[in-house]
Structures are given as structure tokens and as C-alpha cells.
Design a binder for this molecule. Structure first.
Ligand code: ZN
Ligand code: ZN
Ligand code: ZN
Length: 267
């Protein structure tokens, strides 16, 4: 390298290095970092929230990939339920019936421990595809779970079906929502045909459950729902509940708001 050019570079460096380090001191996000998806040191093009709600850097190419259904990370797998999943969410997703049964048993225990909410019902747990779940519902919502009470030969039968391949924490919150339907069908059957209260209450239970588990993403998911029945219902029920903390207290609030008419309770 000619001597003069070398001196020139030295001068440029002398001017630039203090400027760059001053920028770093000012707390600016680094323009280069290890991309959370491809793990390469690259120019940061976007920041994305992972399942735990933490912002992580993404390079341009990875930011362009299809996004995980349950967080903002890029997806490279499709679950059995047909959802795009990122590696983190796919890692512990629930896709086997025996695992689903085990987790649901645990969710039921947490609902008893935290809210004294339970029924004596023997519940059958199944996993279903999105198509199967939507066929049972109105087809308008993207159902993640389904509570299905039936009477077979005069005997009640309870089934809870949940979308296959859900990340574990999402599955748990959906499970709590469906168990809230089971509880309401037993304790307040007259509210089961009020969609806003039925779904609003189930969302409220799922939200309270997620809060107890420190599951921020599912709390935010419920809080962010904009549709009238689920989102509107949730906000209505949450306001209604005030300081009530247990299933018995929730029942009192709902009975005050929606008294049983006459003596017929439907059961
Ligand atoms: Zn990348
Ligand atoms: Zn994800
Ligand atoms: Zn529901």
C-alpha cells in the first residue's frame, strides 16, 4: 500500500472510530448481530418477539420467511394442525394423545389449586386438525379447542378436543378455556347459550390461568382479541369479576348478574 494511502486510512479511522463508539454509547441498537434464526452474523433488518415476548434480531432474508403462528419468529416447520411454527414453538408442541391427556390432567390440577375450579366429570381428551375443529364450530372462527358435551344412552359424555401441534403453553391456556366451559355447563348451565358470556368467561379463566403460570404471551393473546364474542366478552367478564378470585366467587358474581329465572335451572 502506498504510504500516502495508508496515512489517509489512518486519518479516516481516527475520525470514524470515535463517532461509532459514541453511537454505541448512545444506546443505539447494533446494526450487525447474530440473527436469531440463521445464527449468522448479519445486518439486522428487523426485530421480532419470540414466544417469551423477548425482542430478538433477524437478518433481512429470515425476516422475509413465513412467520410462526404463535410468535414473530420465522417458521420452518408446519405442525400436524397445519400451522407454521418456529423452531422454539415446535420444540415442545403437543401432538400425541397420551401427552395431551397428561398435560390436561395437570391443567385441571392447577385450576383446582389456584381457583378451586373443578367438576367430577370424566373427560375424554382428543387432538384434532384445524379442519376437524372448524367443522364442529361455526366455521368462522379459527378454533383451537372444542368442548363437546353429549348424552349417549342417557349418560352424559364430555369430550375436549384441542388442535394438534400447539406449543405447550398455548395448549395449556386453550385447555383451561375448555375446562371453564365444562365447569360452566355444570354450575351455570343457563349461561351456556349466551355466547358472549360463555366465551368471555372461558377467556377470562384462560387469562387468569395464564397469569398464574406467568405465561405472558397467552395473556397478551387474550387481551388483544378484537372480536365481539371472545375479546368483547372477555373484557366484559373481567370488569364484572372485580376482586373475585375463586370459582365460587365467580359463580356468585355471574348469578347476581344473570339470576336463574323461576325455579327451572335447566337441570
Ligand atoms: Zn437470518
Ligand atoms: Zn413461534
Ligand atoms: Zn370456547
Amino acid at each position: 500500500m502506498p504510504k500516502r494511502l495508508f496515512v489517509f486510512f489512518l486519518l479516516v479511522a481516527a475520525v470514524l472510530i470515535p463517532v461509532l463508539s459514541a453511537q454505541e454509547k448512545a444506546g443505539k441498537a447494533p446494526s450487525h448481530a447474530k440473527c436469531a434464526h440463521c445464527q449468522k452474523d448479519k445486518f439486522v433488518s428487523a426485530q421480532a418477539k419470540n414466544g417469551a415476548g423477548k425482542l430478538v434480531p433477524l437478518c433481512y432474508e429470515c425476516a422475509m420467511l413465513p412467520q410462526c403462528e404463535y410468535c414473530q419468529l420465522p417458521s420452518d416447520t408446519v405442525s400436524g394442525g397445519g400451522d407454521h411454527l418456529c423452531r422454539e414453538c415446535a420444540k415442545d408442541c403437543i401432538k400425541e394423545k397420551t401427552e395431551a391427556e397428561k398435560v390436561m390432567k395437570d391443567v385441571r390440577q392447577v385450576l383446582i389449586a389456584k381457583f378451586k375450579m373443578t367438576t367430577k366429570h370424566k373427560i375424554i381428551y382428543e387432538l384434532g386438525t384445524r379442519r376437524e375443529l372448524n367443522l364442529e364450530a361455526d366455521g368462522e372462527h379459527n378454533e383451537l379447542g372444542w368442548f363437546d358435551p353429549k348424552t349417549i344412552r342417557n349418560k352424559p359424555q364430555y369430550t375436549i378436543r384441542i388442535l394438534t401441534g400447539l406449543p405447550r403453553d398455548v395448549f395449556r391456556a386453550v385447555g383451561a378455556h375448555e375446562l371453564a366451559h365444562d365447569w360452566m355447563s355444570e354450575e351455570l348451565p343457563h349461561l351456556m347459550d349466551k355466547p358472549e358470556i360463555r366465551e368471555g368467561f372461558a377467556e377470562f379463566v384462560a387469562w387468569s390461568f395464564s397469569k398464574a403460570e406467568g405465561n405472558k404471551r397467552m395473556m397478551e393473546y387474550t387481551e388483544g382479541r378484537t372480536d365481539e364474542v371472545y375479546g368483547g366478552g372477555f373484557r366484559k367478564v373481567r370488569t364484572m369479576m372485580g376482586d373475585a378470585k375463586t370459582a365460587a366467587e365467580w359463580k356468585n358474581v355471574l348469578l347476581k348478574e344473570f339470576p336463574l329465572k323461576g325455579k327451572k335451572s335447566g337441570k
